[in-house]
Design a binder for this molecule. Structure first.
Ligand SMILES: [Zn+2]
Ligand SMILES: [Zn+2]
Length: 243
């Protein structure tokens, strides 16, 4: 049966050439859907010093040499509601293309490969709960899945913590964040999240999961709602980060 499926797949590839979404090379038997082996291998982690609070990369590699706890200007000016945020990879091609195909074009087949990019080496030791950033029900109806939940579920196969996906909710649909200026983004997201059962998060150390960290407004608003409900700590881990 496996052989037949493979033969059928090859036949399909001849009839309808499937090209790598990254480089356009013809795909055949590559393990990750939509991407060739060599493009996928180009995905490499964020390296270099980052703000230990919000994960923002520092321009100078010297930034943390003499003061490892040095936090960035915006965290000093306005400390975020979360305890710590970090991201694993820069939001650049081919990961950016993969996340877009996954999220906006419904290519759920990529969930497995994207999920395999997680690693748990930088995780805090004690975590009580994993929560994906929620999307509004109207968005869920049109997209049919919450990308953050699918990614959190993959990560949680290693972490093995309780995964909560219906307690933190999104109250309003939001206009696509990328179309807005920073001040409009803030306004759009203010009090956009709520915790339905505060008892379930009280005193808990929570890991919040999202696909991309852009300005951090979304995760910070989620963290505010969780902290207001009594969460002890909110850690934020995203697969990618705009650089
Ligand atoms: Zn390629
Ligand atoms: Zn910072």
């Amino acid at each position: 049966m496996q052989g037949l499926t493979e033969a059928f797949r090859r036949l399909l590839n001849i009839v309808l050439p499937v090209e790598c979404a990254g480089c356009g090379a013809a795909l055949s038997g590559d393990p990750v859907p939509f991407f060739c082996r060599s493009c996928w291998a180009d995905i490499s982690p964020i390296d270099g010093p980052v703000c230990p609070r919000c994960g923002r990369p520092f321009a100078s590699p010297m930034a943390l040499t003499f003061s490892p706890d040095h936090i960035c200007g915006s965290c000093r000016k306005k400390p975020p509601a979360y305890t710590k945020a970090w991201s694993l990879y820069p939001y650049t091609p081919p990961l950016r293309d993969a996340l877009r195909l996954f999220k906006y074009r419904g290519k759920v087949a990529l969930a497995e490969a994207l999920g395999n990019l997680w690693h748990t080496s930088s995780m805090p030791e004690h975590l009580d709960l994993v929560i994906p950033v929620p999307i509004h029900p109207s968005r869920l109806r049109e997209r049919e899945f919450n990308q953050a939940l699918l990614l959190a579920d993959r990560l949680n196969r290693t972490l093995r913590r309780p995964l909560s996906f219906d307690n933190l909710i999104r109250l309003r649909p939001t206009v696509p964040q990328t179309d807005l200026s920073r001040s409009a983004r803030l306004k759009n997201l203010r009090r956009a999240f709520a915790v339905q059962r505060p008892n379930d998060v009280r005193e808990k150390r929570i890991l919040l999961i999202d696909d991309v960290f852009t300005t951090g407004t979304t995760v910070n608003e989620c963290a505010k709602a969780l902290r207001k409900a009594g969460a002890a700590d909110v850690y934020v881990c995203t697969l990618a980060r705009t650089i």
